[in-house]
Design a protein. Structure first.
Length: 180
């Protein structure tokens, strides 16, 4: 017997994927790039877990595609950023529509609006970290066949409240349109 909750139908396609959790890993001229595709919950959990391997001070960029607002901050303490990521995991995995980057001069973790994780780094250490998390390296990941534009994301009041709290907690500053 199935119980149907109050979960909106639009989030179902974000939650369940077929196939194995996988990632691609490429060497570019001066950096490495990983692209991770999995379920929404797994990807947001990975963002949180992998952020542990960043340096003690990081920069953050947040782009809320629903509101069009962008925020940034530099030299934030990693424990504060990780605490904020932990609080954002559930609302992000349910709604998407936010691009969130946590980065330093050597590494960058980016969760895109379609709930795919990208890693950019100067070393190949992330290959081994991803494998250690049970992910499989593949030649190509199966990305989502749909791509929503900035105005196409449905309202998500829980996510909006969580983002407002994150902006305040971390002291993120709005990005002016001239610098975006």
């Amino acid at each position: 017997m199935f119980f149907r909750g109050r979960q909106p139908e639009s989030s179902i396609w974000r939650r369940f994927r077929s196939g194995v959790d996988g990632f691609t890993f490429l060497k570019e001229s001066d950096y490495y790039q990983a692209h991770v595709v999995s379920t929404a919950e797994r990807v947001t959990d990975l963002l949180y877990a992998l952020s542990e391997h960043l340096p003690p001070a990081v920069d953050v960029f947040l782009d809320d595609l629903r509101s069009g607002r962008q925020y940034t901050a530099e030299n934030l303490g990693l424990p504060d950023v990780r605490e904020t990521l932990a609080k954002l995991k559930v609302p992000l995995s349910q709604a998407g529509g936010v691009e969130l980057s946590v980065y330093s001069t050597e590494d960058q973790l980016t969760l895109n609006q379609h709930l795919e994780l990208f890693i950019y780094a100067r070393s190949d250490r992330w290959l081994y970290l991803l494998q250690g998390k049970g992910l499989q390296e593949v030649r190509a990941v199966r990305t989502k066949s749909w791509k929503l534009k900035r105005g196409d994301f449905l309202p998500a009041p829980d996510l909006e409240a969580a983002l407002a709290a994150a902006v305040q907690r971390l002291g993120l500053k709005p990005v002016s349109p001239a610098t975006a």
